[in-house]
Design a protein around this ligand. Sequence first.
Ligand SMILES: Nc1ncnc2c1ncn2[C@@H]1O[C@H](COP(=O)(O)OP(=O)(O)OP(=O)(O)O)[C@@H](O)[C@H]1O
Length: 282
Amino acid sequence: MVDVPSRLQEYSEYVGTFRQFSDIKAEGPYIVEGNRVPREWPHNGNVEFKSLSVKYGADQNYALKNLNLTIRPGEKIGIVGRTGAGKSTLAKAIFRLLNENVEGSIEIDGCDTAKFGVGDFRPKLGIIPQESTMFIGTVRRNLDPLHEFTIEDMWAAMIKCGVAELIEPERKRKPIGVAKKSSNGQQQLFSLCRLLMRKRKVLVLDEATADVDQETDRKMQELIRSEFSDCTVLTIAHRLDTIMNSDRIIVMEKGEIAEIGPPQELIANGGMFAELVKANAF
Ligand SMILES: Nc1ncnc2c1ncn2[C@@H]1O[C@H](COP(=O)(O)OP(=O)(O)OP(=O)(O)O)[C@@H](O)[C@H]1O
């Protein structure tokens, strides 16, 4: 009798959590039968924003305003701007994490991503989010939950990213080790491992290296440049040196593109980017 009320209390909390999830509005079909994602898509990595506008609520201001931009296959784009400028919103829009109050479209290799099922197209693009997720359990569960890769693939990626030594040494021989408690920076390195194993043509790095030290940041950037040289990479940057080698820089301001061009050109023009460089404001 003492036990029952406490259990009921515990279970009612589970019901509350379940309700929270079940109340979330569905984000559109997972798969659209008539418009499946082609197997090799995206094959080039051409990304085109066509009059893209995004709001977080019907009564809110635009977080992105009438964005028109074509990113060529293989281009490395650095995105900078003050807090709230719309950089992360752009990343969310590419993955269609925002489905309401979106106008315009995003086409990747000629396909409007809004016409695909979300479960179909999202895995075809690569991302290192601002905060990457680690699941409790084995490294394999974290890197390859669907068992698509060999242990060798996993070790190769982990060695490249420098995370192999983070795995408990006594488990190394058994290949499926358990990650020691990892810092956010180390979690970002695991995210990079996930990307290396999957090799997508279009990648979004959303402040992926914000929590790693400068030396690790440099190594990650080098690795990204060498491993993804033929991929389109959009890097939302927190540190200036992270994006100085980009083909083009986009400076965002209040949901719009304030400046765009190769970094040296923008510096020579003496605009916002030049100011940021001077002040080293991020
Ligand atoms: N979940 C949200 N709900 C409502 N408004 C939001 C939400 N997320 C962002 N915004 C608003 O959208 C605008 C763009 O925000 P966004 O996060 O894209 O900026 P950012 O450039 O990525 O900033 P930061 O450098 O801080 O990450 C801001 O005005 C912000 O307040």
